[in-house]
Design a protein around this ligand. Structure first.
Ligand SMILES: [Zn+2]
Length: 257
């Protein structure tokens, strides 16, 4: 199964995604004037009708996010190996999320393929569910290989201790669209859990154009944030989570890590 999926990925067409992904796809949509939202007539149920190249949002069979349940236990040789460097504190509000664009030099290796970190951003509540339950937040690390394949790491955030790395982002995030500079550098590694067990499946961007062919890794162990940190983000983005999509024919793997 793995080898055939990898073969598929090597040939997946991701040209339309250009330099960014996930919520960065939103940037391109805004640039072309197409407005989309998380509710109402331009909400997730209608994304596929808003523009011709958003049709995957409607007819795609490998869409993200999923309710993570009934996963098949699997062993994959090498762990997901991140080498994320501390980032300059440039923090963007793109109208759909808070995003930190990564400087060159950070990467993750997944099943022998290296992907460069492009950016990371946040959703409230979580987009993936764990056996039907959402988390307070979800962090997405968007990575791209030299061949143009995309791999996203998802991290659940649950209520608990305040997270210092999250504070470097949330203390400086702009309340409206635009970029701000924070006081301290941002360490992406501090936003990853210590436990490296994960769920793996093949999915899509969770924002228009909902392009498919992405390798998804969602870590099982959540990181924590304080109630005040969650509320600070929720004040800006009451709901920026796409509803869960059908799994269809896909395998969902549960990997010990
Ligand atoms: Zn995302």
């Amino acid at each position: 199964m793995q080898s055939s999926r990898r073969h598929f990925l090597k040939h997946a067409t991701l040209g339309a995604v250009a330099a960014c992904a996930c919520c960065a796809g939103a940037g391109a949509a805004l640039a072309s004037g197409v407005h989309w939202t998380y509710e109402g007539e331009e909400g997730p149920e209608h994304w596929g009708d808003l523009q011709a190249d958003f049709k995957s949002c409607k007819i795609g069979l490998e869409q993200t996010p999923l309710d993570l349940k009934g996963a098949v236990k699997a062993t994959i040789g090498a762990p997901v190996a991140t080498d994320y460097k501390v980032q300059p504190p440039k923090i963007l509000n793109n109208g759909h999320t808070i995003q930190v664009n990564a400087a060159p030099g950070s990467s993750v290796t997944i099943e022998g393929e290296s992907y460069d970190l492009l950016q990371f951003h946040f959703h409230h509540p979580s987009e993936h569910l764990l056996s039907g339950k959402p988390f307070e937040l979800e962090v997405h690390f968007v990575n791209k290989s030299a061949a143009g394949n995309l791999a996203v790491l998802g991290v659940f955030v649950t209520l608990g201790e305040a997270n210092p790395a999250l504070e470097t982002v949330f203390s400086a995030m702009p309340a409206s669209e635009g970029e701000a500079t924070g006081k301290a550098p941002i360490d992406p590694t501090a936003l990853l859990p210590k436990g490296r067990g994960y769920f793996r499946y093949y999915g899509s961007l969770t924002t228009p154009p909902c392009s498919e062919g992405l390798v998804w890794t969602v870590f099982k162990e959540p990181i924590t944030a304080s109630k005040a940190q969650v509320e600070a983000f929720a004040k800006l983005f009451e709901n920026n989570a796409r509803p869960v999509q059908r799994q269809n024919h896909r395998y969902l793997l549960d990997v010990a890590g």
